[in-house]
Design a protein around this ligand. Structure first.
Ligand SMILES: O=C(O)CCC(=O)C(=O)O
Length: 283
């Protein structure tokens, strides 16, 4: 990968792409889809991905092969037209969306995450980064901007549309991995406004309004996502989504959203986890 292709400057990337750098064209496709530094434009993003493939980017070729339908075209409108959630619980507000992602996209996300998983961390308001804690014994891959490809940018856009929340408010996507016995023990995703250490972050980015999970595989036993209030235990099929509101309609936190990723009793579990804020992160 060239230096230009790791840049987040659309002008530098455009110049490098013009000079024949396929990786730069692929990066520019991501920024264009996400609307970072340029107006968001998915048609242009796909054209840039096509250009990246022509310039020899293997990743771009693979992404196009993954996204293309039987006729060889990529149906962006279908991607952006997210299915409506169905209600599983009114309070806390929990919803399911069956068939949210195609199985091949789930496999793509697992393959990318496999190379990146590390011990999962808990957010530390003192440092603004993650730290190890016994509540999380599983592993996770975090996809920051440098790791987001066009496929994941599309997944993030589809998640935001399904949740009815702004794309720039999405935190970096995580893919969680659990071996037998590993867990993300009982916890809440909202940041406690009563904890002074969270104040600056809450002012800058807003509350974690919603959590969106996509089940990337289903060939395991146990491993349900469980909610304390109401006793709901849910396991989707591969590609199904589960989402819930961490806040009430007035914006205050919903304590009933305490939940856990229970340990699988057989096989491995892979799930994409997306926390959604109200405002854009600083990048
Ligand atoms: O893996 C799961 O089922 C739950 C994940 C979770 O609790 C989270 O991402 O906040």
């Amino acid at each position: 990968m060239t230096k230009a292709s790791t840049s987040t400057d659309p002008s530098a990337l455009a110049e490098a792409a013009e000079a024949g750098d396929g990786a730069a064209a692929a990066r520019l496709a991501v920024l264009t889809g996400m609307g970072l530094g340029v107006a968001p434009d998915w048609d242009r993003a796909m054209a840039l991905l096509g250009r990246a493939a022509k310039l020899g980017s293997e990743s771009a070729k693979d992404q196009i092969a993954l996204l293309a339908g039987a006729d060889g075209g990529i149906d962006i409108a279908a991607w952006l037209n997210a299915p409506r959630p169905r209600v599983l619980s009114q309070g806390p507000a929990i919803f399911a969306i069956d068939g949210f992602l195609p199985p091949a996209v789930c496999d793509w996300m697992i393959a990318r995450a496999e190379a990146l998983v590390e011990p999962a961390l808990v957010y530390d308001h003192e440092t603004g980064t993650g730290r190890r804690e016994s509540v999380r014994t599983n592993t996770a891959a975090q996809f920051d901007l440098g790791r987001i490809d066009v496929v994941l940018a599309l997944v993030r856009e589809r998640i935001a549309r399904a949740a009815g929340l702004p794309v720039p408010g999405l935190e970096w996507t995580q893919v969680l991995h659990y071996d037998v016995g590993q867990t993300f023990d009982w916890h809440v995703d909202w940041l406690d406004p009563a904890t002074p250490g969270y104040a600056a972050d809450l002012t800058a980015r807003g509350q974690r309004i919603a959590t969106f999970l996509v089940f990337l595989n289903d060939d395991f036993e146990g491993g349900e996502t469980a909610f304390e209030a109401g006793g709901l235990r849910h396991r989707g099929r591969k590609g199904d989504a589960l989402l819930w509101a961490n806040t009430l309609p007035d914006g205050s936190i919903d304590p009933r959203t305490r939940h856990a990723g229970l340990p699988p009793t057989k096989g491995e579990k892979w799930v994409l986890s997306q926390w959604l804020r109200g405002r854009a992160p600083r990048i």
